[in-house]
Write a protein that binds this ligand. Structure first.
Ligand code: SF4
Length: 450
């Protein structure tokens, strides 16, 4: 590298929204120190690959991405969940320059400094304010952003290795979270997606310590956080919420329109015996009663959940119990995963492992069973006028999302006459039709006049 060339880093970001947030933090630090970010392997002096190591397919994808970066560029630093899984990275790719685990911006920066020193600025130059927007660097579109409120998890679900990769729950100070949220909103974000491994546990590790937001005392607790976020005037969507009794207090905030009437609650199963084998949080709650009570307070609430099929020892009767639960719970959105034995997970030692075909076949049956229920829930919206946030616009109309649709995992709202709308704006539309996942709509009368 010649001395006057700006040191340039390539970046590959894989994995879940939590990994995306880690990538955003690293990119923000790189930019703030004056590094340039390259969109190609060839234009970069080295490449950082943020990996995922959750399931075997993700491990393979991550190893392939590292191999590609090595072949195309040759100088590669690896970070993320795969980096925390023993020495699999070094064994497969001995040429990588350095390997760190997830949530390790400091270690990644140290490795970058060692292999590609930052540029030297004169003292009048403040690289942070000159090069980095106040909201940091983000990888999501301009109008929505993930807001990570904690790292790690205190649970030990037997199918999961995240606590061994990311450690115990560490909540971010509420003042810091609010400052980030306000900066995002100032920068034009219209929807904040609150994420963590266990959102409902926010603040438990710091005993709900009081923090400060613009001089105002605020407890480090989900309820207080939702209240404060609800005052920012944007959509606030909660992900990874477990059905603890404390969640009930959030539902009135949804009914009052302070936060979106949307709960992403990963139930994973309905049979008490399987939930116990899974060591799930809040496993003894009566979830059907709870869902009924939530809907009584907030009839418009959208409930999304995920389930695992073919867990070791799951009998046919227990699987049927899960289907029965779905029938009664009438969840709006459901995702299913065939049980996948993750290396290092305690569940691998449980008796009664099912062959892949059984796990997959149950997944297929579950999704087919749920299809009618999800369609019925969407059909009930036909004829109603709802608010949507516009994601894309072209000459054929606009693609948007409603309060019931989280980006990338739920459905979409197709607005057939929405070609004049703008990305990132809210609009009122009338629902005209639906299929299993998506809604079709036209501009509401009051919107069409604008
Ligand atoms: S709650 Fe369970 S599944 Fe979720 S991160 Fe913690 S241990 Fe893993």
């Amino acid at each position: 590298m010649s001395s006057n060339k700006i040191p340039t880093v390539g970046f590959v970001s894989l994995g879940c929204p939590k990994a995306t947030v880690d990538s955003e933090h690293i990119l923000t630090r790189l930019k703030s120190e004056g590094y340039a970010i390259s969109g190609s392997y060839q234009g970069a002096d080295l490449v950082v690959v943020n990996t995922c190591g959750f399931i075997d397919a993700a491990v393979e994808e991550s190893l392939d991405a590292i191999g590609e970066a090595l072949a195309e560029n040759g100088r590669v630093i690896v970070t993320g969940c795969l980096g925390a899984k023993g020495d699999i990275v070094q064994q497969t790719h001995p040429k990588v320059l350095a390997v760190t685990g997830p949530h390790a911006a400091k270690e990644v920066m140290a490795a970058v400094h060692a292999h590609l020193p930052p540029p030297v600025f004169d003292s009048a130059h403040d690289p942070f304010s000159d090069l980095v927007p106040p909201q940091g660097i983000r990888l999501t579109p301009q109008h929505y952003a993930y807001l990570k409120i904690s790292e790690g998890c205190n649970h030990r679900c037997t199918f999961c290795i995240i606590p061994s990769l990311r450690g115990d729950l560490t909540s971010r100070p509420i003042g810091e979270v609010m400052k980030e949220a306000e900066a995002l909103v100032d920068a034009g974000v219209r929807e904040l997606l609150v994420i963590s491994q266990d959102t409902s546990a926010y603040g438990i590790d710091v005993k709900y310590r009081t923090g400060f937001c613009n001089g105002r005392p605020l407890k480090t607790r989900l309820y207080e956080l939702c209240q404060a976020l609800g005052e920012l005037g944007v959509w606030v969507r909660l992900h990874y919420v477990y059905p603890y009794p404390s969640v009930d207090a959030l539902i009135p905030l949804m009914a009052e329109g302070k936060i979106l009437p949307y709960l992403d609650v990963p139930f994973q199963h309905a049979s008490p015996r399987i939930l116990k084998l899974m060591k799930r949080p809040a496993k003894s709650e009566n979830n059907l009663e709870r869902i009924k009570a939530w809907r009584a307070v907030c009839p418009d609430i959208t409930i999304r959940s995920t389930f695992i099929t073919g867990f070791p020892g799951e009998t046919e009767a227990e699987f049927e119990e899960l289907l029965q639960f779905l029938e009664e719970a009438e969840l709006d959105r459901v995702g299913a995963f065939a049980y996948s034995p993750v290396e290092g997970a305690a569940a691998n030692a449980l008796p009664g492992a099912w062959p892949q075909e059984v796990r997959e076949e149950r997944k297929r049956r579950l999704m087919e069973f749920q299809e009618d229920i999800s369609t019925r829930r969407l059909e009930a919206k036909i004829g109603r006028t709802i608010e949507v946030l516009i994601d894309e616009v072209d000459e054929e109309g606009a693609v948007a999302r409603s309060a019931g649709d989280a980006p990338e995992i739920d459905g979409l709202v197709y607005i057939t006459d929405g070609e004049e709308l703008e990305v990132g704006e809210f609009a009122r539309v009338t629902v005209t039709d639906c299929d299993v996942h998506d809604l079709y709509a036209t501009l509401a009368a009051e919107q069409a006049k604008h």
